[in-house]
Design a protein around this ligand. Structure first.
Ligand code: HSE
Length: 316
């Protein structure tokens, strides 16, 4: 492989993402403008990966066990050059929050490394590498956080073997996300799911997925709202999230189009047509968690159309 090295250090913002979008378990995801991790990646002249963090989350520093490190090991294997990477991670997306913390680390590392390597890989290649980080984090390669993190916007993952990623256009959407300060591990939230579904539930679910995608493409907010329904995963997982039903009910009463569990939880997200509604939804969420006495953090943000963003580059 012929690689020209022009850069020695790249800094990226690696954004949070909402996987599943309620009805599309493992196949739909959306990129957010807030929050995002800050990652600095340096080119090394030795074939090694060094992981450092400045955030105090105590994530594994062994690259094979780290969601940013494992994809980079795989890149080094594929390019077979005497280079390596040092990654300095400043996490703003709390691990176990349900807004794609592991995906941000993996996607941010891969996009930065690709840039240091002179952009030799396509977006699809980058998703393939970054998915290795998801396997480290949750035991399963899923791409519904990674794809929107790399492509930006909303993506449909029609298939992961082979990879088939479809960017879905969307109208302007405001997103309110509440993160109750409890941790739900994706691996645990996957373990509790039933392995079989009833045909009648499957029919309702794929009707909703089709409806959501059509609503996004047609800018039909009512159809988007009607389709934000999950009859398979949410009834099981919502038990892990205090106040879930009440939050959903009150947020819809405040004007949200709809919403549900963000990824594997515990965060809950709601979509709104405008900022005023998104802020009213924020108030509704805060009121419930304040009543319950559960510490929480709320973001009001929009759909990030860019994905991982390079914010600084130092040439060699
Ligand atoms: N689709 C995955 C799940 C996303 O719900 O388990 C995890 O962030």
């Amino acid at each position: 492989m012929n690689i020209e090295f022009h850069m020695k250090e790249i800094t990226v913002h690696a954004p949070a993402t909402v996987a599943n979008l309620v009805c599309g378990f493992d196949v739909l995801g959306m990129c957010l403008n807030e929050p995002y991790d800050i990652m600095r990646v340096r080119l090394l002249d030795k074939k090694e990966i060094l992981i450092r963090s400045t955030d105090g989350y105590n994530l594994p520093a062994d690259p094979a066990q780290n969601t940013a490190g494992a994809p980079l090991l795989s890149i080094l294997e594929e390019i077979d050059q005497q280079v390596g990477f040092e990654v300095i991670i400043s996490k703003q997306i709390k691990p176990g929050s349900g807004i794609g913390s592991s995906a941000a680390s993996a996607a941010g590392a891969v996009v930065a490394a690709n840039s240091l390597l002179g952009n030799i890989f396509s977006k699809e290649d980058m998703v393939r590498f970054a998915m290795i980080g998801e396997k480290v984090a949750s035991g399963v390669k899923h791409a519904d956080n990674i794809s929107p993190c790399i492509y930006g916007g909303i993506t449909l993952i029609r298939s992961i073997f082979p990879l088939d990623i479809v960017p879905i256009p969307s109208p302007s959407l405001y997103v309110t996300v509440v993160h109750p300060q409890i941790e739900v591990r994706t691996s645990d939230a996957r373990q509790i799911l039933r392995k079989e579904v009833l045909l009648k539930d499957a029919i309702r679910q794929w009707g909703n997925i089709g409806g959501l995608v059509a609503g996004l493409i047609k800018n039909d907010y009512d159809l988007i709202g009607r389709s934000l329904e999950d009859v398979i995963i949410e009834p099981v997982r919502s038990m892990l999230i205090p106040g879930f039903d009440k939050i959903k009910q009150n947020c819809k009463a405040a004007g949200a189009l709809g919403g549900g569990i963000s990824g594997s939880g515990p965060s809950i997200f709601m979509l709104s047509k405008n900022e005023a509604t998104a802020n009213a939804v924020k108030d509704a969420m805060q009121e419930i968690y304040t009543d319950i006495g559960l510490a929480h953090h709320v973001y009001v943000t929009t759909v990030n159309m860019e994905g991982v963003k390079i914010v600084n580059a130092v040439s060699s």
